[in-house]
Design a protein around this ligand. Structure first.
Ligand code: HEC
Ligand code: HEC
Ligand code: HEC
Ligand code: HEC
Ligand code: HEC
Length: 313
């Protein structure tokens, strides 16, 4: 009797895992359209998962509170997870920034390659803004100025975040992009495959605090470039509050466009940061209303065009 029961449980478990495996696997294509606005991208943190019957089939933002509402406050505003009109973080060179900046010391790219020659420092402002979510140290909803009066904290924490409660709304958890938090569901293997088989795989997107496996950021751009060197010359320059931003002026108009790769200067000379290659709002691939370039890239990396903007290889 006991053996039969055990056998039945085993069969059920195998079937369950088999079903789960149908839905797991590599990064699912996004359910967002990735057109027109940051609103239609994965940087829209108000997105909802589905509940009940339409968990596996309905469109995103279909209204069910479900799994996502136990993970972060849904402020109902897209920009507020990153920007605020008032009470912004003035200690970082980022526009109207609504997040505290991690004080973590990052493990920088450690010259795994042969010939790395540049100066490697801690990530600059235009990387720290991204790392304020992507290093997993802070919850994605940990903003300094939440919507509504009297909802400000220069150092957002769990207790503070719990004070944001519109009528009928309750949360209990404020998760970040790391293995023990959002990634419990957003991994294609293990528990994630079982409890949230439709959740996208975020493993690579959780950058962490060890940056040795990432393209260097906070690294100076060689001052000697052009013919005969390994480096292209950024032709454009524009003065910013922190220093001079150099950029590859592809259309030669002398102005910095979102489609142009740039090098930020926050007092240590021209450096590569996350924002050199990425625009967190999305960049149209061609013309207005067309699809954004994948991975929020500033320019297409087809035929490695992005890499070859800086590197002469
Ligand atoms: C309890 C499981 C669970 C947790 C925890 C969770 N999610 Fe999700 N999430 C899902 C599921 C399931 C989906 C799949 C789509 C759906 O059902 O709408 C999803 C979809 C998403 C999407 C849309 C992906 C796309 O492009 O279509 C984003 C973005 C997202 N989650 C972000 C997060 C973030 C950020 C966290 C942590 C704050 C988080 N999730 C925590 C279950 C979870
Ligand atoms: C995921 C975070 C994030 C979200 C969401 C976001 N932004 Fe930004 N935004 C940034 C970052 C980071 C920068 C700085 C970019 C840089 O340093 O080059 C920025 C820069 C800007 C700028 C300055 C010009 C520029 O493009 O550099 C404006 C204006 C702006 N954002 C408006 C908005 C508005 C309006 C929304 C909502 C519809 C929004 N942003 C949503 C992260 C975000
Ligand atoms: C408010 C938190 C937050 C900030 C700030 C933020 N991100 Fe994200 N980012 C997310 C979440 C959540 C996702 C969706 C989960 C995922 O795909 O990892 C995401 C996804 C991405 C993706 C994958 C997009 C796709 O369609 O596959 C890229 C690339 C990215 N972010 C780059 C950046 C860069 C570069 C910055 C800084 C300029 C930045 N992010 C700032 C939270 C943030
Ligand atoms: C030198 C250019 C460059 C820099 C600097 C850079 N990235 Fe990326 N990033 C890329 C490219 C190219 C991709 C697309 C990879 C692919 O083909 O999927 C990407 C992809 C991503 C993704 C999606 C995951 C993936 O592997 O597809 C995330 C998230 C991301 N970057 C975040 C960041 C953050 C955060 C920083 C700063 C710490 C950063 N990036 C710095 C070029 C860059
Ligand atoms: C914005 C300019 C820029 C872009 C775009 C860029 N890189 Fe780099 N890359 C650099 C700089 C600067 C360094 C540091 C070089 C050094 O220390 O010698 C670097 C370092 C590297 C290294 C390590 C070199 C070593 O000796 O350890 C590799 C590999 C690399 N880049 C590949 C790529 C690839 C692949 C792409 C496209 C996905 C890319 N880069 C895009 C500027 C850029």
């Amino acid at each position: 009797m006991r053996r039969v029961l055990l056998h039945t449980m085993w069969v059920l478990l195998v079937q369950w895992l088999a079903v789960a495996n149908v839905w797991s696997g590599p990064d699912r294509p996004t359910e967002f359209s990735n057109t027109n606005s940051v609103v239609n991208t994965r940087h829209n943190m108000t997105q909802r998962s589905k509940t009940g019957a339409d968990l596996l089939s309905g469109p995103p933002n279909s209204g069910g509170a479900g799994q996502m509402d136990t993970s972060r406050n849904d402020y109902g505003q897209v920009c507020v997870y990153c920007h605020t009109p008032h009470g912004a973080n003035a200690t970082i060179a980022a526009p109207l920034w609504n997040r505290a900046i991690p004080t973590t010391t990052y493990t920088t790219y450690n010259l795994l390659g042969t010939g790395a020659s540049q100066t490697y420092t801690q990530p600059g402002g235009s990387s720290l803004v991204c790392l304020s979510c992507h290093d997993g140290q802070q919850a994605v909803d940990a903003v300094m100025n939440m919507p509504g009066a009297g909802k400000y904290s220069s150092n957002p924490n769990f207790t503070f975040l719990e004070t944001w409660q519109p009528t009928g709304f309750s949360t209990g958890s404020h998760l970040g992009l790391k293995s023990t938090e959002c990634l419990v569901c957003h991994t294609p293997t293990g528990l994630g495959a079982i409890i949230a088989p439709t959740a996208t795989d975020f493993t690579v997107f959780a950058i962490g605090t060890d940056l040795r496996d990432d393209h260097p950021v906070g690294v100076s751009y060689p001052s000697t470039s052009g013919t005969g060197t390994d480096w292209k010359t950024p032709g454009g320059a524009v003065a910013k509050p922190g220093g001079t931003t150099l950029f590859f002026d592809e259309n030669g108009d002398g102005r910095l466009q979102k489609t142009e790769v740039r090098l930020y200067d926050t007092g240590q000379g021209a450096e590569v940061e996350c924002g050199s290659c990425h625009d967190p709002h999305g960049v149209p691939s061609a013309g207005v209303g067309s699809g954004f370039l994948p991975s929020f890239l500033r320019k297409t990396n087809s035929a490695s065009a992005l890499c070859l903007t800086c590197h002469s290889k």
